[in-house]
Design a protein around this ligand. Sequence first.
Ligand SMILES: O=P(O)(O)OC[C@H]1O[C@H](O)[C@H](O)[C@@H](O)[C@@H]1O
Length: 554
Amino acid sequence: MSKRHHTDETPPLTQTPAWKALQAHHQAVRGLHLRELFADDPTRGERFAAQACGFYLDYSKNRITTETIQLLIQLASACHLRERIEAMFTGQKINVTEQRAVLHTALRAPEGERILVDGKDVVPEVHAMLARMADFTRQVQGGQWRGHTGLPIRNIVNIGIGGSDLGPVMAYEALRHYSQRKLNLRFISNVDATDFAEATRGCRPEETLFIVCSKTFKTLETLTNARTARDWILREMGGERAISRHFVAVSTNAEGVAAFGIDARHMFGLWDWDGGRYSMDSAIGLSTMLAIGPEHFHAMLGGFRAMDQHFRSAPFEYNLPVLMGLLSIWYNNFFDAQTAAVLPYDQYLKRFPAYLQQLTMESNGKHVTLDGAEVDYQTGPVYWGEPGTNGQHSFYQLIHQGTRLIPCDFIGFCQPLNPMGRHHDLLMANLFAQTEALAFGKTRQEVLAEGTPAWLAPQRMFEGNRPTNTLLAQRLTPEALGSLVALYEHSVFTQGAIWQIDSFDQWGVELGKTLAERTIPELESVQEPALEHDSSTNALIRRYRQYRRQAGAS
Ligand SMILES: O=P(O)(O)OC[C@H]1O[C@H](O)[C@H](O)[C@@H](O)[C@@H]1O
């Protein structure tokens, strides 16, 4: 018996004519090689391309035909993608399991636009918050904001985890070129004290300001690090009054912030309609603004906004996030690809894959549909990656010659931010060469023609037919970063809409948190605790306690 109980509006995905048409189409085209597809159509390289917001997407090196795109778009329509986009932009409560609107797009809405949540326009609040952030940034950068002993602030330490860390870290690294370099920025996320010890090494407490970023202000890691930071400040300067000059908070939880001792005037608010992994352009991005200044931050918001408008209005066949989302569905659900690689050819984007992992996998790692039915298809793939060219000398071997199909996104910029001799041309030549090699490979005949002995030919052949997208933009600017992030946000949305899942909750993180809470006293108690876990967990805890005791004794 099927566990499904779909409404008329959302028939089981795999039963839709659009899905079945794609299955049949997959059977017909799966044997086609990109070599043939390109040979048959000299215009393919430009025909399967689209551009928006300064990004050129070449998706011609995918295992698709014109019909594939048509069928994928039919699937999107059958899943009411257009209506779902509108529902998000207009503040409907599409995060059904938490009964919340999903309005990260309001964070970059222009002044004057009206977006209502429960009858209230949220845009003025967003702009008031941006103005407060800019004011604070100018005070800190200008040296008017002083520490408890009267010294100006030199070090900013962001304490947060998940969405309260990954976006800020990624943006800080990505936009380092635009950093005003007046402040030294550090980030602490892990509850491992090493993170704290290393991030604060060399910082004088008198010159250090902590931003405690936590939407809930309840996260164990962040509160533990924030308390350690508090002790670190107080040890040096005594007096609770020092706290108000050395801590600000970004949170929705005013009570929690006050209980910690942070002045309400130094709290920057968030809204429950903005999820952690979609919050780098809210006050969670305060560290970004402190690094690059309000003007660049606003330019970044402009980039987000441009991609939002494109996503909302462009026909699906030219719509970058929709195309990328649909191509991801194509490999994930029809070719059974397990993972997807994201390969930025820009050192400044070194944390972009880590950022994308939360965005994609926390959003779309779900096993039930919006109405609670178990899915009978794969949802979110595993995302991973490293900046080029480093990955080439590491895992690309498996992408080229392994047994798995790994669709890859290559991201590159035409103008270097640090022009130095031939570096940039070499970097980009590698990007282009990789997508060419992955698509076309090297046949046995080609290998033999090079003089390779027959016995070695199998090892030296490249099957090719490995799909890639290439995203090219002129230059990595704050605006380009905003557009790039929004592109992936909306691609994730597109995929979630097709899979009919809630891309905006994260119940899967709860169980581990609860079990950790139960385990903490078992590790800390002086008395030998009565352990009631499974035999593996019991044995591990016993061994941990024993080794800890031995370390304490030595
Ligand atoms: O910002 P916070 O409330 O501290 O949450 C930090 C992070 O932890 C949670 O467990 C979630 O998995 C993330 O989505 C969230 O970004």
